[in-house]
Design a protein around this ligand. Sequence first.
Ligand code: GDP
Length: 429
Amino acid sequence: MKTTNTTATATQRERIRNIGIAAHIDAGKTTLTERILLAAGAIHHAGDVHEGNTTTDFDPLERAKGITISAAAIPCAWTPREETGISKLFAGQRHALNVIDTPGHVDFTAEVERSMRVLDGAIAVFSGVDGVQPQSETVWRQADRYGVPRLAFVNKMDRTGADFMRVVQQLRTQLGANAWPVLAPLGAEDNLRGQVDVISQRRYIFSRESQQSCTVEEGPSDDDGPAAELRSELVNRIAELDDVVAELWLNDQPVPDEVLRAAVRRQTLAGKFVPVIGGSAYRYVGIEPLLDAVVDFLPSPLDRGTTEAHNDEGESISVDNGVDAPLAALAFKLVHDSQAGRLVYVRVYRGVLERGMTVANPRTGQRERIGRMVRVVADRREELSRAEAGDICAVVGLRGFLTGDTLSDLDAVVSLEPPQFPQPVVSFA
Ligand code: GDP
């Protein structure tokens, strides 16, 4: 088994994206998650939810589904490609993604609230046909409460009745989001051909034969609709929020792509802007550009700043995200793993969690030694010796910890959650 034992530099931590995928039932969360994991190399073949599977596809699909169900966080990697040039900010740089399981179809539960805390950014999925629905509103408000920056993915653009701009409008009117397209679909329904990058005006044309890649065409063509208008509208909206773009705009200067993209990033991270992307998970239209947008527009753990906590006197304090600081980590899910047994999924907010160290549980006042630590990758369990601020991993065993408990430094005891959370039941998968 491979053991990873390195200290992440600040640059490496900038290249982590802990993201969740949130959706109303039937919007396509499962399909989109599978497509993302496939594109990011975490699984090798995702089947089609619609069409059933051939014998050879069956096992990988089942495994993919198994992962989606049982893992609380799926690690994968994404390198925005130079050739597509969608991401001018981070092209060629490998990013570690953790796709965190966000309870889907929800009431206002502690588990959803907790998953909102553990992720740094989210993709909110909507159906291009059904648009914003009452339940999408609940999830949206929870993300608002926790200040989670997010992208909106308008899915099912291949379906009859899909209307991208109508859903964008609903995001504004029904959810009060400052939502504007950054990757707009080209065509709709049977004529869905790809996407136009509103910032660069490049077009990504998807081939039905080789579904996992797109060809890039420079500049809009006549039949692409209002790509140029979408760009000037985006510039206007961003100018209202962002001084750098405002300055150029007020002086009638052109706004270069990189400047606009960086401003969209800043305003999205600040929670003031929601980039909207249209595509089809099922048809594999827009998955790679979506991953580029995740890297471009959603925060790294370093962007997150501080996290609310309590000290051992019950006073509110802020926990920063430094590595050279006392440990503060949150146990956010318990899973019974067929190979490893009881796994406690942990997000490290501050400091370092290391194999062999002893941690305190402020809820029980007990101490416990950290034995094995693993990262569950597809059907492998990768052994870890340490995890640092921003990382997510699973600790094997850890009998005395339940979800919602903090793994704390012994001296600087902090509790990351207020004590009134109900203790949820262990989930078996
Ligand atoms: P979830 O309930 O949000 O997890 O949604 P699923 O991923 O299970 O999708 C619900 C249904 O919509 C399934 O029948 C999918 O095949 C279908 N679906 C998902 N994405 C798309 C899409 O992009 N286009 C079309 N036409 N169907 C889709």
